[in-house]
Design a binder for this molecule. Structure first.
Ligand SMILES: [Zn+2]
Ligand SMILES: [Zn+2]
Length: 1001
């Protein structure tokens, strides 16, 4: 059935058994020792390679998904107007104001924004402005003011600072006056010499109070400025020039929405406040200028969900009001037909917005013009006769503008040329760098289209010119996307090839070093000539790498491209250098019978199903529930047949799996339940008592002896056990006491704090001194980590700790049973077969196909150790309350360290059990580790394709963190191996008394 150890057999015949003379056995010992040294070097090398490879490929998502859309070096295109429609423009942004709360009436049927409603009905235009997720303040403002959807790549460069320079309406203006939040105003104005701006200190954004005074602050600043101008002739002169922008950022709704949710009276009242401010600004400016040359735009950067948050693509977040009036803006029109005119055909992220105007808004008779958020930038630019911001992707919403036919065409042509310029610039940059440039075909003849448009304009056939210009603009937008994703195919191929190459390298290594296969092959093939041949492979690999590097240099590719390609070429060179092994493998496979392939296929299918289950479990925790429900039944049936006598083990395994399945149904945000934490202390003690009972009462039984075996049993061990039980009891009491004290006095008693630290710290050291049998050491580790975990727990996760431990015990019992039954089977076979298991390591055997089960089960348990009590969405909102039993003052680093430590504890348990099992069934642990990495890289590839660059913060962040987490698993698992080795290193199992090889070695 398995790739059983033939090398062992060949070595044995060479005298490992001591059949031959002592000279021979000494020579074999030398060979074995040198092979072991070689293996060790190779293992280290593979680990280093794995870490480097995952680090390099992880960075690739920034070259693929998060590349900034901004290019520099385009010329601005001013519209060819005789006179711009407006002399100055006022932009009012009510941060976090969602459309329905703005337009709908309150319970008494009164509208919250009477002034702006009056404008909509009598004086201006209105619509819904659709924000693109991530619906956050900064991208929202960038879309409105600069006209492009800021790429999430800015995240990596720190969004607060300005990661990239971009053009904006403010930048093109003669002068900009801006007042508002310190998070927003400096983005646009801090580097702008022709601006006057001010923002309040951060402390003003205190969530506890009604934040509408922040709106008043912005207005007061502007009013003060106008008042000052009466005494300041220079300022007055400036204020009377054209191309001025006034920007008032009104943060009130956002702060109040976060603090009190959008249904609260405070938020709804804030809507009235911003309406009042719009009214006051309007009257202030009309009184000041009296020239009817001011346009006004009122909108919001994003909405606010019912829960008081924003960020995702839900309509409550993306739908914001837009009201425009004043100079250059059309008067209201009666709605034509029953639907609103939607000037935009496709939204940037294909999100549909054909929401009909709700009846209770009372606006069905007034024509509504919806826009994408970035369309507001060209609208503002055109009103002032300015060129559109050069990086803008907005389409000018003509439905708002009062222009004659010729001016309309000119405005759209300017907008089109500005977008086309971006495309040409991107195309130029790409073509000047690449050797095999593939242009964006639909726009190869763009200059012809442009001259055609000019001809049509001079012939006064405006309609045809408009149609051409709009078509050209749409094509240009498509072309921008084409160049944004130009390298995708190449990069995706290189990286997928890289990961597959790495997986093949690992698989070959495992087959070569930890399975009987290489011995099998080397017997048939003489590997002496291999060196010379693999030299050729290396030379051609180097050549290929050199060629590709030169190509990359010529193409001015980013430096990391070299790393991606170099890594992939290197891995494939490694694979080809082993071509003898591959050929041998192929031959070996061809000689197998059909049932071998059926088994192989079955194992592969099971592995793929489990790995895919793990991939989906990242978004759907409930999968684990199903998995453990089924696994419990399957495992107990298998056990029932492999244990010949009547035994409670199958029932125990089934019940423990079912118990664990409950936890993934519970909410990821753990509700407080102090009593549960206290009781779980008792559960832990009961479990350890059961383990202790088993440990002492099963000594004689042959089945149990491999896990209950001790090298020494001293008085100290049982005393240690009592101390550990006592510490768990103490921590349980301390959970109760310190929480009670905290709730009564709002603080942590310093003596409680001291005891907690002492108990948690000392209990983790104790397992190191426990007896070194599998069961006694593991139950001691379980007891040792219980106090810190209990003290860091706030709810059901304390019980999860026990449930996980019980399942780990069930796993050990399962492996022990199958190990035991395979031993029984073998001893009934012929004498010769008994030693087939003896192999490479001191007393390790070769890996068999069925051993794939161990890394797979490990991966499931390793992941459930995390998902049992949390998910990645709630990682950011750690339950801070769980560290309150250890620290009194706010110190983010210590808190984070404690929270991460708490997450670590279940992982440690799983790794300890894994190490124990590899010892129990005598398989090489590193071989199993490489298999774990192999399987988790299937997940890595899957997550690599799932990375998103659109959607909410949460979606983008989660997709990156999923990919990052599985990529980091190589390092993480290895690190935990090293840590837990402290505890598991000294575990002893019963030596193989039946194996003579040990004695001879
Ligand atoms: Zn905002
Ligand atoms: Zn906000």
């Amino acid at each position: 059935m398995f790739l059983v150890g033939e090398l062992g057999r060949s070595m044995r015949s060479d005298g490992i058994l001591g059949v031959g003379g002592s000279d021979q056995s000494r020579a074999t010992a030398v060979v074995v020792a040198s092979r072991r040294r070689w293996l060790k070097r190779r293992e280290t090398w593979l680990v280093v390679l794995g870490v480097a490879l995952h680090a390099v490929y992880m960075l690739s998502i920034f070259d693929i998904y998060f590349k900034t859309p901004i290019v520099h070096g385009m010329d601005p295109v001013p519209p060819r107007f005789s006179e711009p429609p407006a002399k100055r423009l006022v932009l009012l942004i009510s941060d976090g104001l969602r459309a329905d709360k703005f337009f709908e009436p309150d319970e008494e049927g009164k509208y919250r924004a009477p002034f702006l409603r009056n404008i909509i009905k009598n004086q201006g235009r209105w619509g819904v402005s659709h924000a693109r997720p991530p619906t956050e303040s900064r991208p929202g403002h960038v879309a409105i003011i600069a006209g492009f959807y800021e790429d999430p790549s800015a995240v990596t460069k720190g969004w607060k600072a300005n990661p990239v320079e971009f053009d904006s309406v403010f930048n093109q203006s003669r002068h900009t006056f801006a007042f508002g939040s310190p998070d927003i105003i400096p983005i646009f104005c801090s580097a702008l010499p022709h601006s006057t701006w001010n923002s309040y200190p951060h402390e003003y954004e205190d969530f506890a109070t009604d934040a509408s005074f922040l709106d008043e602050w912005s207005f007061d600043q502007f009013e003060g400025l106008l008042n000052r101008s009466h005494a300041d002739p220079k300022l007055k002169e400036l204020l009377h020039q054209d191309k001025l922008v006034v920007f008032l950022h009104l943060l009130g709704c956002d702060s109040n929405g976060h603090a009190h949710r959008p249904y609260s009276s405070i938020y709804l009242n804030n809507v009235k406040v911003v309406d009042k401010i719009a009214e006051r600004v309007y009257h202030l400016l009309e009184d000041y200028y009296r020239d009817n040359r001011t346009s006004y735009i009122f909108t919001a950067d994003h909405g606010m969900s019912d829960k008081g948050s924003h960020g995702d693509g839900h309509p409550t977040n993306t739908d914001t009001p837009l009201v425009a009036w004043g100079a250059g803006i059309q008067y209201p029109k009666p709605a034509s037909g029953n639907s609103h005119s939607d000037s935009v055909t496709t939204f940037v992220d294909k999100h549909a917005h054909d929401m009909p105007t709700p009846y209770d808004w009372g606006l069905r008779r007034v024509e509504r013009v919806d826009v994408n958020q970035a369309d507001i930038a060209p609208l503002m630019s055109t009103l002032l006769g300015l060129p559109c911001p050069v990086n803008s992707v907005g389409n000018l919403p003509l439905g708002y503008m009062k222009l004659n036919e010729a001016e309309e065409v000119e405005a759209v042509v300017a907008n089109t040329k500005q977008i086309l310029n971006q495309l040409l610039r991107k195309s130029y940059i790409k073509s000047s760098n690449s050797l095999f440039f593939k242009p964006f075909k639909p726009l190869v003849h763009h200059s012809f289209s442009l001259s055609q448009i000019d001809e049509l304009i001079s012939a006064k056939s405006y309609e045809a010119a408009m149609k051409l210009a709009v078509d050209l603009r749409n094509l240009s937008l498509e072309g921008l996307h084409y160049f944004q994703t130009y390298d995708w195919l190449m990069l995706m191929t290189v990286i997928t090839l890289g990961y597959t190459g790495w997986m093949i390298v690992l698989a070959l290594h495992v087959l070569q070093c930890y399975s009987s296969l290489s011995g099998d092959l080397s017997k048939k093939e003489h590997l002496s000539v291999q060196k010379k041949d693999s030299g050729k492979v290396y030379i051609s690999g180097c050549l290929l790498m050199a060629i590709l590097s030169v190509l990359n240099l010529v193409e001015h590719s980013p430096p990391l491209y070299h790393a991606y390609i170099g890594m992939t070429v290197f891995l494939w060179t490694q694979i080809f250098s082993e071509y003898r092994l591959i050929r041998g493998l192929w031959k070996y496979l061809r000689e197998r019978r059909a049932d071998y392939f059926i088994k192989l296929l079955f194992a592969a299918a099971v592995a793929v199903v489990i790995v895919e289950l793990l991939v989906h479990s990242f978004t759907e925790r409930k999968l684990y529930t199903w998995f453990f429900l089924i696994a419990g039944v399957v495992a107990s049936i298998l056990l029932h047949f492999s244990i010949p006598w009547r035994s409670g083990i199958p029932v125990f395994v089934c019940i423990s799996c079912w118990f664990l399945s409950v936890f993934t149904l519970m909410p990821a945000e753990i509700p407080d339940n102090n009593n549960l934490v206290v009781t779980s202390g008792a559960i832990i003690i009961v479990i350890s008592l059961a383990a202790k009972w088993l440990d002492t009462h099963a000594e004689g039984n042959k089945f149990w002896q491999s896990i209950t075996f001790h090298e020494s049993r001293t008085q100290m061990c049982s005393m240690l056990y009592c101390i550990q039980i006592f510490l768990v009891g103490v921590s349980s009491v301390m959970v109760f006491l310190s929480t009670k004290h905290r709730t009564q006095n709002q603080e942590l008693h310093s003596s409680h704090q001291f005891i907690n630290w002492l108990v948690a710290g000392s209990s983790m050291v104790l397992p190191l001194f426990s007896a070194n049998g599998i069961l006694s050491r593991l139950s001691s580790i379980f007891l040792g980590f219980a106090p810190p975990f209990l003290l860091l727990s706030i709810g059901y996760e304390a019980v999860f700790y026990s449930a996980l431990a019980v399942v780990l015990m069930a796993w050990i019992l399962f492996e022990n049973a199958s190990h035991h039954s395979s031993k029984v089977k073998e001893s009934s076979l012929s004498e010769n077969n008994t030693e087939e298991h003896i192999t490479i390591g001191s007393d390790e055997r070769y890996l068999q196909l069925s051993d794939v089960r161990i890394p797979l089960v490990f991966m499931v348990l390793f992941n459930v150790a995390f998902f049992g009590t949390g998910n990645f969405a709630s990682i950011a909102s750690f339950e801070i309350s769980s560290v309150y039993r250890f620290i009194t003052i706010f110190s983010p680093f210590l808190m984070a360290a404690l929270l991460i430590f708490k997450l670590f504890i279940p992982f440690m348990l799983v790794i300890c059990a894994f190490s124990a099992i590899t010892k129990l069934v005598r398989v090489p642990r590193l071989g199993c580790y490489f298999l774990v990495i192999l399987f988790s890289d299937i997940m890595t590839i899957h997550f690599f394709f799932l990375v998103k660059n659109t959607g909410s913060w949460m979606e983008i962040g989660n997709s990156i963190s999923h990919f990052g987490i599985v990529s980091a698993q190589v390092v993480f698992v290895l690190l935990l191996f090293a840590l837990t080795n402290l505890y598991t290193r000294s575990i002893r199992i019963k030596p193989l008394s039946t194996s003579p090889s040990l004695k001879t070695l």
